[in-house]
Ligand binder design. Structure first.
Ligand code: NAD
Length: 466
């Protein structure tokens, strides 16, 4: 090892340059704190930009275009069979989407005076980070550190086959080819999103989910319309099924699915969750504590760990592992480091599954509210009654509103249908600001739009018979 620059002294060192890390760093800089970000990839964006949210949404947009083209036949427009050229598609995703956003983040960092240091950062003690980059070593001494090291895909416990045909989400997003037969293990966010991409591009997708339903934990009323759609576009969905073994046989992977016959696939996507990256960064030499379950960094509502100098944000601090939660925490941590009053006390963290139809929810689901002993009123507005949905040929959606029966306060909203990910923003605002059902009902919503569905659901709850 060669000692690089002299030891740097900074006010804030942010470990990890994903959405949590860069949001924290940018806010620190805005608050006048001298800030560096340490990231092994020497760039800002993290898993979200380079191997997660952004590239997957680019590919899901392509899938949506293909589905729309297919649906257009219903109203007499036939574009013929689509021809997909993988090279231009990969190039567009990589350069025009990911590359452009990455350059944008670099420019923002420069404008705000945030230095990005390339290398793997490890705590030496509660005020020093050692940064290893190849043969060079650099040290940063900090007043405060913000850990934003994110998460990585979990492997399949017990199945150790190493093969380039067995992909995690990062590899699948590279779009190595369009396999004739793809096995997707896991019916959560990633399995459904990337399964949709590959199925729409032409793969025969078999999905295996260990629990008895897709998207475990999500309201079944929202999952049903998606289930009907994936039943059509996937070759098979096996619920309550585990993969007992995977073997490489020539150019294929043989999979033993519990209780079923052995099947062969050209590729396998493993999407069985993500785990916190709290290991390998020297936290054990600090006072930072990890939770027993999940090995998450324990933080309070100000994103402080047990070590007074060290804060943590994002996936490394627990569920839900969503970029927008990390970004909000990043800003809270920065404010807290600067001595301002700020807390991560949000009640609504919207979640969006970018499938077709999309599923989005925020606040409490009906089951969660009842589980908390609350007496609730629930309205379900079927999009079959929406003018806008009819014009889009998409009457398969549903908007579900959960309100506190006594106070009329909006507790939660679930939406399934195209654009649900955009529509949920209004619901998040309603839940976060403790809006009443009446507030939503009397707010004028543009006609004809899908946003009216929330107003309709609210009106339904106010009707005397509700
Ligand atoms: P997930 O937790 O959403 O789903 C994993 C699924 O795999 C679950 O349904 C689980 O029951 C199943 N499973 C677990 N072990 C299995 C096994 N051995 N065999 C079969 N099924 C098994 O996890 P994910 O899809 O890998 O995504 C990871 C995380 O990334 C998500 O929880 C989410 O936080 C984040 N993410 C978010 C988005 C988004 O916001 N749109 C998209 C992708 C990922």
């Amino acid at each position: 090892m060669v000692m690089g620059d002299l030891v740097d002294e900074v006010e804030v060192a942010v470990l990890g340059g994903g959405p949590g890390g860069y949001s924290a760093a940018f806010r620190c800089a805005e608050l006048g704190l001298e800030t560096v970000v340490i990231d092994a990839a020497q760039r800002l964006g993290g898993a979200c930009l380079f191997e997660g949210c952004i590239p997957s949404k680019a590919l899901l947009h392509v899938a949506a275009v293909l589905s729309e083209v297919e649906r257009a036949k219903e109203f007499g427009v036939d574009f013929g069979e689509p021809r997909i050229s993988l090279d231009p598609l990969r190039k567009w995703k990589q350069e025009r989407v990911v590359g452009k956003l990455a350059r944008g983040l670099t420019a923002v960092a420069k404008a705000k005076g945030v230095e990005v240091i390339g290398g793997h950062g490890v705590f030496e003690d509660s005020s020093t980070l050692r940064i290893e980059a190849g043969e060079t070593l650099r040290k940063v001494r900090f007043k405060h550190a913000i850990v934003a090291t994110g998460s990585r895909p979990s492997g399949l416990p017990g199945l150790t086959l190493q093969s380039e045909r067995v992909m995690d989400s990062t590899a699948a997003l590279e779009l190595p080819d369009i396999p004739a037969r793809l096995l997707v293990i896991g019916g959560g966010y990633i399995g459904l999103e990337l399964g949709t991409v590959y199925a729409t591009l032409g793969s025969r997708v078999t999905l295996v989910e260990m629990t008895d339903g897709l998207l475990p934990g999500v309201d079944r009323d929202l999952v049903q319309p998606l289930q009907r759609r994936v039943d059509k576009i996937f070759a098979a969905i096996h619920l309550g099924t585990k993969v007992a073994a995977l073997r490489e046989t020539g150019a294929q992977i043989e999979a033993d699915l519990e209780g079923r016959e052995t099947e062969r696939f050209d590729r396998v996507l493993v999407a069985v969750g993500r785990r916190a990256q709290s290991d390998g960064i020297g936290l054990e030499v600090t006072r930072v504590r990890l939770t027993e379950r999940g090995r998450f960094v324990q933080v309070d509502e100000r994103c402080r760990t047990e070590d007074p100098r060290i804060y943590a944000v994002g996936d490394v601090t627990g569920e839900p592992m969503l970029a927008h939660r990390a970004m909000r925490q990043g800003k809270v941590a920065a404010e807290a480091v600067a001595g301002r009053l700020a807390a991560f006390d949000n009640v609504a963290i919207p979640a969006v599954v970018f499938t077709d139809p999309e599923i989005a929810w925020c606040g409490l689901s009906e089951a969660q509210a009842k589980g908390q002993g609350l007496t609730v009123k629930v309205a379900k507005f079927q999009w079959a009654a929406s003018g806008r949905a009819a014009t889009l040929g998409r009457s398969d959606g549903l908007t579900k509103l959960v309100a506190d029966a006594a106070s009329g306060r909006v507790l939660g909203v679930g939406i399934v249908g195209p654009g649900a990910g955009e529509l949920i923003a209004e619901a998040s605002l309603a839940v976060e600001t403790a809006a009443l059902v009446e507030d939503v009902a009397v707010t004028i919503h543009a006609h004809p739009t899908l946003s009216e569905s929330l107003m309709e659901a609210a009106e339904h709850l106010l009707a005397p018979e509700a």
